[in-house]
Design a protein around this ligand. Sequence first.
Ligand code: LLP
Length: 431
Amino acid sequence: MKINSRGHLEIGGIDVLDLVKDFGTPLWVIDEQGFRQNCRSFKEAFQKMGDALVVYASKALSNTSICRMAAQEGLGLDVVSGGELYTALQAGFPVEKIYFHGNNKSPAEIAMALEAGIGRMVVDNFYELKLLSQICQAKDYTQDILLRITPGVEAHTHEFIKTGQIDSKFGFTLPDGQALKAVQAALDTPGVNLVGLHCHIGSQVFDMGSFRHAGSLMMDFMGEVKQHTGHEFSELDLGGGFGIFYCYGDEPADPVSWAEAVMPTVQEKARELNIPVPRVIVEPGRAICGPAGITLYTIGSSKEIPGIRKYVAIDGGMTDNIRPALYEACYTAIVANKADQDSEEVVSIAGKCCESGDMLIRDVNLPRVAAGDVLAVFATGAYGYTMSSNYNRLPRPAMVLVNEGAADLILRRETYEDILRNDIIPARLKK
Ligand code: LLP
């Protein structure tokens, strides 16, 4: 990204004003090289230090083009629903590298995954273990599985996005012995082959010590399993959660420091406990697609309350980015057509939804703005589109992939017909 000679923001070699002209706003823009480079950075960092697989968490951003890029970069894929799995399959993603997560997979989703021959089911609870076993037995099939363990690690992140602590809806709890019971149950369960363990401590985590701690606890647990059952694992999946820069105060590490925090810990622990060094799997989502994305909006109305605040409204909001409303997430933005101008005022960016909480950014320094200006919000590649909605019956924006001066539509803008597509008027209302 840069500011070009016209004083406009440029991404993927294209003036964003040209993108706005061609595709309209709101517009999600993904920088292909940024996305691919992030895939490579994680892959190189981990594979340099031992046997590792980087699995892209598609919940952060999923569509068929995105899955294709992740596949081309040699990553695995984390899916958490039939919809994400279907997307991956339609994109031709190598099935053996698909990891299926989720705390309440339906029988239909499990059957679909087995039918496709996916690599790993990450079993979350006893109910799922039983269900999976029944379906596998009926098909005379054996599925490789990991068990999701809740190690009891507190990650320093927002309450709603931390998952490794004890009081969590996910996984088998480690400290109270449930995890060991789950391993024993899995070993006794026909139709499944227990190859590894999984944990995920939270999202937007900056503290590499939390990852190291989780890795160390999981290895200790593998040692404990060996002692109690003699079973050895070949995979340890340490989940995702690698934090990125959104706002001042966010200090992300680089992928190398993540690899350096966990790979030697796993290797040393294996030696110490006399168990095989498992293949390490990591599942970054946000860190791959987040920084590669920006959102473009057109500025419309403003409202100034003297001495209090100036609201500037854009043509999108919580429907294309729920994160500020849901997590008090913070973003930075610039006026893309005034990118070379100094800031002159502090304003708050409001969405257009009928909801007071629909505020995208509180207090951002911008040049003086006018209706028709284009606002570019940074680091919106993750969890914007995938958590989007049609609240107020707003059609979802389009998404374009930019690269070396080319822009390709990878997600069509929704139309009003799309909004009505599933509506049905029963005959008695037609009278
Ligand atoms: N693996 C597992 C098992 C996960 O549960 C998650 C995220 C990831 C990987 C990827 O985490 P990431 O690297 O993207 O942080 N909607 C929230 C984030 C929820 C994350 C849920 N699980 C947000 O917008 O911040």
